[in-house]
Write a protein that binds this ligand. Structure first.
Ligand code: AMP
Length: 365
């Protein structure tokens, strides 16, 4: 079986690394010649909207998926005429638009932060009245890692936020004074079978994920059930195939849905060592139509992103049960260059090992 993947970043690289033992082969499409998949798989360098490239790409492929959610929906629809595309272009479309995403959550009874669409300054003033302050103004499309958003703390900041972001479709959402951020990753097969990973606790800074703790500590059965049901409902509504991640804020006993990603997710990297089947393997099993693997956690894991610079491998590997994943990317400030997962049988031991990573280059935890 040969899988086509739109996007050739680190997520694609980890998909390929998970797929080779299953006998899968890969072809990637990415506009950048120096992509993390370049050294390990066939890479077509081309634009996602180049019709000549899209005409050639599906040749000999059994299924097409993506590892980057800003692939143009039209490209996914175009390719779907030649080969099955999973998750569906519809799922891609919803997750590219924060307004569509929140509307979907709300329609399923999954609570988002209060929100309002903003297309003009008058809309923004009205939305501030409805949603209240503080609030976060976000671009509806193409925002990631905290880009394309501004917090409005007082009425005096409304004009500046409009100047900073106005001109493209926006959404204003209430600022959530959350206690912590959690994510729920699930996978759904072509036959509708679903596997759910445990809730993960995430720490972001400057909008970039720094650390994931898995399973998240102090999760009641009810909270886990609520998150799992939410992901299951989204997947069923979209007739979804593949891995889906939904990010939540927790405030008291309540989960507030922030956004979803129709792909393998940074907060699921721990599953490579810390779950019975990694999110990468399960995504591939789902999209090619094979049985899913069990998603339970084995022991306790922590995943630390390496941002901007990387430590030398021996410094990481000196920590017992630390696993290093480098993405083959050139160092640049703020860039995700790799990650480290530490694994232990108990949470206390895991925290002890994680503490030993502090201060290593790129480990900003
Ligand atoms: P996003 O791009 O929506 O994932 O936002 C990036 C990060 O900004 C989140 O992980 C939060 O840490 C923070 N953030 C986003 N939206 C809100 C909100 N409505 N209230 C509080 N913090 C937020």
């Amino acid at each position: 079986m040969k899988v086509g993947v739109l996007g050739g970043g680190q997520l694609g690289r980890m998909l390929a690394l998970a797929g080779y033992p299953l006998g899968l082969r890969f072809r990637f499409l990415d506009p950048a010649p120096e992509s993390p998949v370049e050294e390990l798989a066939e890479l077509v360098v081309g634009r996602f909207d180049d019709l000549a490239v899209l005409a050639q790409f599906p040749d000999g492929l059994d299924v097409i998926t993506y590892e980057f959610e800003n692939v143009p929906v039209e490209a996914a629809r175009h390719l779907a005429r030649s080969a099955p595309v999973h998750p569906s272009p519809r799922a891609l479309e919803v997750s590219q638009d924060r307004l569509a995403e929140k509307t979907l959550f709300a329609s399923l009874g999954i609570t988002p932060a209060p929100f309002a669409a903003v297309d003009s300054f008058a809309d923004l003033e009205k939305a501030v009245g409805e949603v209240g302050l503080p609030a976060v103004l976000k671009t509806r499309r193409l925002g990631y890692d905290g880009k394309g958003q501004m917090t409005i703390r007082s009425a005096a900041e409304v004009v500046a936020a409009w100047r900073g972001l106005g001109g493209v479709p926006l959404v204003l959402e209430g600022f959530v004074a959350f206690e912590r951020e959690l994510s729920q990753i699930g996978v759904r097969g072509r036959d509708g079978d679903v596997a759910l990973y445990p809730l993960v606790q995430n720490h972001h800074e400057g909008g970039i994920l720094r650390l994931s703790i898995a399973p998240a500590p102090d999760v009641s059965d009810q909270l886990q059930e609520q998150a799992g049901t939410a992901v299951r409902m989204v997947m069923e509504r979209l007739d979804y195939v593949g891995v889906l991640a939904v990010e939540f804020f927790q405030k008291g006993g309540e989960l507030i849905a922030n956004e979803m990603a129709p792909r393998v997710h940074n907060s699921g990297h721990w599953t490579i060592e810390g779950a019975r089947t990694s999110q990468f393997e399960n995504h591939l099993r789902a999209v090619v139509g094979w049985p899913l693997g069990p998603a339970e956690a084995v022991g306790h894991s922590a995943m630390v992103n390496l941002i901007g610079e990387v430590p030398t491998p021996p410094r990481v590997l000196a920590v017992p049960a630390a696993h290093l994943h480098l993405y083959g990317k050139k160092p640049r400030a703020g860039r995700k260059l790799g990650h480290v997962t530490v694994w232990a049988a108990t949470a206390a031991e895991r925290d002890e090992k994680m503490a030993r990573l502090r201060g290593l280059p790129g480990c900003l935890v």
